[in-house]
Design a protein around this ligand. Sequence first.
Ligand code: ATP
Ligand code: MG
Length: 476
Amino acid sequence: MKGPKGVFVCQECGYESAKWMGKCPACASWNRFAEEVRHGAAMVKASSRRSASRRGLASASASSAAGQAAAMPVPVGQVVSGDEERLITGIGEFDRVLGGGVVAGSVALIGGDPGIGKSTILLQVSASVARRIGPVLYVTGEESVRQVGLRAARLDAVAERLLVLAETDIVSIVDRIQTVCPALVVIDSIQTMDDPGLESSPGSVGQVRECTARLMRVAKEEGTPVFLVGHVTKSGAIAGPKVLEHIVDTVLYFEGESTHAHRIIRAVKNRYGSTDEVGMFAMTDAGLEQVENPSETLLSERPGGAAGSVVVASVEGTRPLLVEVQSLVARSAMGTPRRTTTGVDYNRTAIIIAVLDRRGGFAIGMEDIYVNVAGGVTLSEPAADLGIAAAIVSSFRGVPASSGTVVFGEVGLAGELRAVSRADLRVAEAQRLGFERCVLPRHNLKNMARRPGGVEIIGAASVREALDAVFAGVNT
Ligand SMILES: Nc1ncnc2c1ncn2[C@@H]1O[C@H](COP(=O)(O)OP(=O)(O)OP(=O)(O)O)[C@@H](O)[C@H]1O
Ligand SMILES: [Mg+2]
């Protein structure tokens, strides 16, 4: 075996270097390099291994050395698939994002901005599991037991088998997990956890990685699912190492504007399910409530007959979602016009503006243009393009879109309207909510399996044509 070898690791981003550096070449932060000692390929820090054996706990490399049988290859056909044991939390929207419940022995990381509601949702999930299935261990490193208790009372999350543990020492937490044998473990947050065998402080790359590795191990051994709360840095990444996202089985992100009630939980990585499901919630005094009919909720405040407001049929995962896109176009007081977007991509919007200006014959190149998606929702798919275009034109001309109209379609640089996925699903949702007309790409018409009755479907080949349909019958 090779002797110990020091590696300098940036505590901000996990960048590794053979020598100490003042400034990290990867993330440009200063004075964040700390030395970690590794033995060959074992990747276990010298100090942590020493402390693990002192405490009688076998670390990964030590346990394989201690006579555990080496793994045998298995024909892949003999592996039973598709029926991994799942624990249903009872909070439907949460189960949906996970792909139909939490897989036994899996580790999920939940990230999101401060105050967005990570502790809230996990406390609600914990109470639900404790009531339905068995004991839940909620470990808090950030709050006192009393604070968690008060929150539980406010959220109606008091359950007999919901156990709160205020602890940051990972070794004793693993101990508790082994003695309590809970149905679910929540760690709030991974950045506060501390492996006493390491010299670096909690939240550092080494600490976060080592604590997560220990929790992974106990999760797999006991078959207990573990949820980790992870803080998010200014740049939106989960604080500490990117490596954390690679280690865990599932990564969920909590999105939403803290000034809005709506919250969306999105899976960005899932080893046991699709990553395009989202869960919708609304923040209330009594905690996060599931939004079972998101389209209806999102459209409930829509002003009728106002210029600059258009309804877009978008799809989040497998779920159709009708959202209102708003725009305001105003004469610019400055030489350079202002463009501001919330909820839609800035660059995408800039392209749509250029297309409208050059191909659509709308002289908006010198106007200030604001685009906003109502309800704090973010639209990331190109199918929203036509909605953005229609909202801008509606405001520019001071003319509302004809009532009861829903639009979707991707706008190309030549001003053409391009087909998008899942057209039937979008039309069906529009019909369900009582809309009368759908303006969509002509190319989508030929692949539409079923055409729901009651909705007039208008296929357009270009943005120009689509806009004619959107404003048809409205006095200009
Ligand atoms: N007493 C209260 N009444 C109503 N709503 C509250 C109350 N206390 C907190 N909230 C809501 O809960 C939100 C905080 O949620 P939570 O503590 O779950 O966030 P978090 O993501 O865990 O934050 P952090 O990163 O700081 O731990 C607040 O932004 C607020 O909207
Ligand atoms: Mg919290």
